[in-house]
Ligand binder design. Structure first.
Ligand code: C5P
Length: 424
């Protein structure tokens, strides 16, 4: 590859030492590297080390007038083919997402007109915090490539996602960004939005329900079903990767929140219905949750006890609200409303009937006869008033990505982006 110019911004974190190896790799392949150290970054690596390795001046201060004379900060931010932030701390990501510019690094990031790639590194709780996830979603929506951090043991002794990717992985992502690699790479034959500028849902708001609901009988017992939530979470992840602002309303499932997704946890169908109503308006709603059809008519305040007589307590049921049908009738009905249907037989006929009954636009009919709930794959048929689109058996991630492409195309015809948020 022809030599390129990389502006490398090094944030403050224990992982900053890995940036030294990154500079070495970049130089070895002939790229020109200019380093910028944040104040916190200077606590971990020295300008001298970076200057020696990059064979270039290292910049640290916005108020270094000599630097302004030699090269203004605007020029510095633009005289690069790619701006790389590694490590990108939670603070740096927050400032980038908020458009703050209170030091040299953040000023360059705001002033640049070049692609930006950020490699996050922070404590696992900080990475998983809703604020950081929100910032990452904003940045991805803005076209910044935010790499996923590695998972493992952290310097602080905790375990989980948050480690800076290895220098070789960051280097590979930089090469990919520099070659303008095609936006869609292949994953199970489907587009991969994760490290690309392909964001067909940028500017769209999407609401997703996922998982089962738990309907309490008494403080310790509940009615539930076998939904794992995996398909709904995969859809939320794919929607965020495709650039959408995603609200995931999740029943009780022990799944991690996908990056960039705003998650609201609920327990019962009625809580889910209330959160869905709160979440409107959106451009598209995808109801993947396996909502319990019935709840206990009365919830006992105390644990129901056996009285020793062998008498079985009566369990009266009441019907839960149909959330999907309710959204279909709502004045805030999204431009595209999608339901799911898990069926074991006559899959398409049942889905067609459900489409009419629920008043939604598509039903994603899911054949669960061969692979029951909780599996890793799905064979789906997209049933619409226009016909049926049957897909091969795919991983749940691949179903999610393929669905996002279809949704993006459909939204472009139903609700052009310019008019999308008129109702806000
Ligand atoms: O009627 P059935 O449960 O088969 O319909 C499935 C579809 O309806 C799914 O999209 C599911 O999320 C949605 N649904 C709902 N509220 C209910 C029952 C189902 O939103 N109470």
């Amino acid at each position: 590859m022809a030599a390129k110019r990389i502006l490398l911004i090094i944030g403050g974190g224990i992982a900053a030492y890995k940036s030294i190896e990154l500079v070495r790799l970049l130089r070895k392949s002939g790229h020109v590297v200019r380093c910028v150290l944040t104040r916190a970054g200077e606590q971990f690596v020295t300008p001298l080390t970076l200057a020696a390795l990059s064979e270039n001046k290292v910049y640290t201060s916005l108020f270094d007038l000599k630097d302004e004379v030699e090269m203004g900060h605007i020029q510095l931010s633009r005289e690069a083919d790619l701006v790389v932030v590694a490590p990108a701390t939670a603070d740096l990501l927050a400032k980038m997402a908020g458009g703050q510019a209170d030091d040299l690094a953040t000023t360059l990031l705001l002033a640049t007109d070049k692609p930006v790639l950020a490699a996050p590194a922070m404590n696992v709780r900080m990475w998983l915090h809703a604020a950081t996830q929100r910032n990452v979603a904003i940045l991805r929506g803005d076209g910044v490539t935010v790499l996923e951090p590695d998972e493992g043991e952290m310097a602080c002794g905790e375990y989980g996602p948050g480690r800076l990717p290895e220098p070789e992985a960051i280097f590979a992502a930089i090469e990919k960004a520099l070659t303008g690699a095609p936006a869609a790479s292949l994953l199970d034959g489907q587009p991969d939005f994760s490290e690309a500028n392909h964001r067909p849902l940028h500017g769209r708001r999407i609401l997703i329900t996922a998982g089962p609901t738990h309907e309490p009988i008494d403080p310790v017992r509940y009615i539930a079903n076998r939904s794992s939530g995996k398909q709904g979470f995969a859809i939320a992840a794919a929607a965020a990767e495709a650039g959408a602002e995603v609200l995931l309303i999740a029943g009780p499932v022990p799944l991690p929140t996908p990056p960039g997704v705003i998650r609201v946890d609920v327990e019962t169908a009625r809580e889910m219905a209330a959160e869905v109503e709160q979440g409107l308006p959106v451009d598209a709603a995808i109801m993947v949750a396996a909502v319990a059809d019935w709840r206990a008519a009365d919830t006992a305040a105390q644990k129901i006890k056996k009285d020793g007589s062998g008498a079985v307590p009566p369990l009266a049921l009441a019907e839960n609200p149909d959330i999907l049908a309710g959204v279909a009738r709502s004045p805030q009905r999204p431009a595209l409303l999608i339901g799911f249907a898990a069926e074991t037989n006559d899959v398409i006929a049942h889905a067609e009937a459900k489409l009419a009954r629920k008043g939604c636009d598509w039903i994603v009919a899911n054949d669960v006869s061969a692979d029951p709930m909780g599996g890793e794959t799905n064979r789906v048929h997209i049933v619409t008033p226009e016909g049926v689109d049957s897909w091969d058996r795919l991983s749940k991630d691949a179903v999610a990505r393929k669905l996002m492409e279809k949704i993006a195309d459909e939204l472009d015809t139903r609700a052009p982006p310019e008019s999308t948020h008129d109702a806000d």
